[in-house]
Design a protein around this ligand. Structure first.
Ligand SMILES: [Zn+2]
Length: 373
């Protein structure tokens, strides 16, 4: 999973020795590359890169370039939609990221790792923090593009309960209550301290609050505004459920929130398209605008399936087999035009919004695009 802190760490690398990093980005989606078709692209990209380098630089990265090519030959990795590999001195420094969204492909040779596409992904697809909170325990999870990772636990055990057997009952009622309040306060202070730090370092913009019913209201009331204003919803859960169970409980909350946000984007799309102001609806116009590289945001229903054609020489997409309208090249048929449209959109600097179960979009052809101009 992409981790903002780790990326910042890599970005801060000083390189006084003058070695070069080779960073490679590539769409490797098994859907659009069922037979490892990305190999042709890998070879072309690496060859072009090697040819464009000055001799002394090429000497320094020759082995890295071979290493990258061998990675794709040797491995049968569990690819997602895209991959990022960064190497220096033939694997002495090696980073490998698998992403669930397409990236802009390319090879970059420089004295520092090329991280812009990764930071871009972090920005575009916001992460959610799930905070599971009780009176003496807290667990933090990060949900990013459907993945969940537990980051840590904060336990503040009750000292009296621990050391004095029967201590709970030995205390008078009001002392007991004061003690409990004091103890919960200590715990919350610690949670707030660590959470604030984490939210800032990880660039978290949304928090989903979970836990036993009675602590949910406590969380809402006692967390400082800087944290509570990020809460987008809540769910009840036991403190000791597995991360998978927590994800299942948090998922509907996150999805409901995102649905709301996506509805707004669809509304913008529809309004603009109807006024003929920088937006198009339906397959035909979207494919055309993709060819003109004008798509800023592509909105697509995940149930959308479409066959089509791609240009053999320039890669442009079309619905029909007629020669490429951009370069005149021959077309070959493809079964997965939507996935290619998504890749092309990102390649050209746009973004992709997958919008499930939106009636408006479904009635308007399941696909549309907000344009740059
Ligand atoms: Zn073409």
């Amino acid at each position: 999973m992409l981790n903002l802190e780790e990326l910042k760490g890599i970005a801060a690398i000083k390189n006084p020795g003058g070695d070069y990093y080779v960073s490679l980005y590539l769409n490797v989606d098994p859907v659009t590359n069922p037979n490892g078709e990305y190999m042709i692209k890998v070879r072309n990209m690496l060859k072009e890169t090697a040819e464009g380098l000055e001799k002394p630089v090429f000497k320094k990265v020759k082995e890295d370039i071979e290493l990258l090519e061998n990675y794709f030959i040797a491995q049968k990795p569990q690819f997602k939609k895209s991959v990022c590999l960064i190497t220096r001195k033939s694997g002495g420094f090696w980073k490998e990221y698998h992403m669930a969204m397409p990236v802009q492909s390319g090879v970059f040779v420089d004295k520092t790792p090329y991280l812009k596409p990764l930071f871009g992904l972090m920005d575009s697809y916001l992460r959610h923090l799930v905070l599971l909170l009780s009176k003496d325990d807290a667990r933090m999870f990060v949900v990013h593009m459907g993945e969940i990772l537990e980051y840590g636990e904060i336990r503040t055990p009750d000292v009296i309960g621990k050391h004095k057997k029967g201590g709970w009952f030995a205390l008078e009622q009001d002392r007991f209550e004061r003690h409990t309040e004091f103890h919960v306060g200590l715990h919350l202070n610690e949670v707030v301290r660590q959470l604030s730090d984490f939210v800032q370092k990880q660039g978290i913009s949304r928090i989903v609050l979970g836990g036993p019913q009675e602590t949910l209201s406590m969380g809402r009331e006692k967390l400082p505004e800087s944290l509570s204003e990020r809460i987008i919803g809540e769910f009840t859960a036991g403190m000791y459920e597995t991360s998978r169970q927590i994800l299942e409980r948090a998922r509907p909350v996150v999805e409901a929130y995102e649905r709301g946000e996506k509805e707004e984007t669809v509304d913008e799309l529809v309004t603009r398209a109807h006024k003929n102001k920088g937006a198009v609806l339906g397959m035909e116009d979207v494919v055309l605008m993709s060819g003109e590289k004008r798509i800023m945001t592509l909105l697509v229903d995940p149930s959308m399936k479409q066959e089509g054609y791609a240009c053999v020489s320039c890669g442009a997409l079309a619905l029909g087999p007629e020669n490429c309208r951009w370069c005149g090249g021959d077309m070959h048929s493809v079964n997965y035009l939507i996935d290619l449209l998504m890749e092309k959109t990102v390649e050209n600097g746009g973004r992709v919004e997958v919008v499930p179960e939106n009636e408006k979009l479904r009635n308007l052809g399941k696909i549309g695009a907000i344009l740059r101009y």
